[in-house]
Design a protein around this ligand. Structure first.
Ligand code: AVI
Length: 319
């Protein structure tokens, strides 16, 4: 007889097509136009992001992995027992899985907007960890962080790696960190943060020689064509990455190569040559500034660790 393997549980929040259309349309009609970065992550976008993390120029993933590998025992000391580990923006789940030996979770809750991609990855995680209760949640957690009842009551160890917090402005990040604290139900937080550094190194990380980040940026247009029926022609757009020192952030834009009009059912927007669509902010913090943000959001017992080149930091805190 064939052995029965444990299956991950999976929950997917329904997303009304209409609300996607309204959100995208509002951004495309704004001046300057913008597309929320969550639309990067269809299945191809998630794969392109994984490819970015392997690039020579994209140091954050490697620097963070170094810190995670070196400080598991320190994390466990600060955050205490972590029977439920909640991985926000789980992606390939590799980072959380690397923490299993140190944190020994009994339940792993992986949350990501890229639901189909997450569903596949979790099969592999479950197979490798048959005793672990694996729960997948396909949802956009940026504005509402609600976990299914199956996750059970707290305390929860919340894990938000990769400096995804940088994709919020500091004001948005404060609100998000407050919501994460509520969701922790008396638990803890482990969060990765990219640090302010040399501008050239930052720009190269977001404008790599192979053009993978350019493909990742352009893919958002392909995704929108499918989601809202727009008629973006990818060849008409150019990837732009620049550092705004005043706002301490990398900005990604898509720049129109010529004058053109984009149409979708219910709307259209004309762009002049050189006009840009703002697709992402990636804010960079000093450790002092990020610690102050955590405190303002109500987190306590804050400690942090960095890689030897001081490119990236991982913070631990208690709710
Ligand atoms: C997911 N996020 C933290 C990445 C970043 O570095 O802001 C997304 C990314 N955009 C371009 N390259 C990577």
């Amino acid at each position: 007889a064939r052995a029965a393997f444990r299956q991950p549980q999976f929950f997917q929040a329904p997303r009304a097509v209409e609300s996607v259309r309204e959100e995208v349309q509002a951004g495309l009609l704004a001046r300057p136009a913008q597309i929320p970065p969550k639309f990067f992550y269809d299945t191809l976008g998630s794969r392109l992001f994984d490819a970015i993390t392997a690039l020579d120029e994209y140091y954050p993933t490697r620097s963070e992995a170094q810190i995670l590998a070196a400080h598991g025992a320190d994390f466990a000391r600060v955050i205490g027992p972590a029977p439920t580990l909640v991985d926000l923006g789980a992606g390939s789940c590799e980072k959380a899985v690397s923490l299993f030996p140190a944190l020994q979770p009994r339940r792993y809750v992986a949350v990501d907007i890229s639901a189909d991609y997450l569903r596949d990855i979790l099969q592999t995680v479950q197979r490798a960890h048959p005793a672990l209760e694996v729960i997948g949640v396909g949802t956009d957690f940026a504005s509402r962080l609600e976990l299914p009842e199956a996750v059970g009551p707290g305390p929860r160890a919340m894990f938000y790696p990769g400096s995804s917090i940088g994709n919020f402005t500091p004001e948005q990040a404060l609100g998000f960190l407050q919501r994460v604290r509520e969701a922790a139900q008396g638990g803890s937080l482990l969060i990765g943060v990219d640090r302010v550094k040399d501008e050239g190194e930052l720009v190269r990380a977001y404008d790599d020689a192979l053009g993978v980040t350019a493909a990742f940026n352009l893919n958002v247009l392909r995704h929108l064509n499918r989601r809202i029926g727009s008629d973006f022609v990818l060849a008409d757009w150019r990837h732009v990455a620049r550092f705004d020192a005043g706002l301490s952030r990398i900005e990604m834009h898509l720049e129109a190569r010529r004058a053109l009009t984009v149409r979708w059912p219910g709307g259209e927007r004309a762009f002049v040559a050189g006009e840009r669509i703002h697709t992402e902010n990636s804010c960079k913090y000093t450790p002092e500034a990020f610690e102050a943000l955590l405190r303002a959001a109500g987190w306590q017992a804050i400690e942090h660790w960095s890689d030897p080149q001081a490119r990236f930091s991982v913070f631990a805190a208690r709710a």
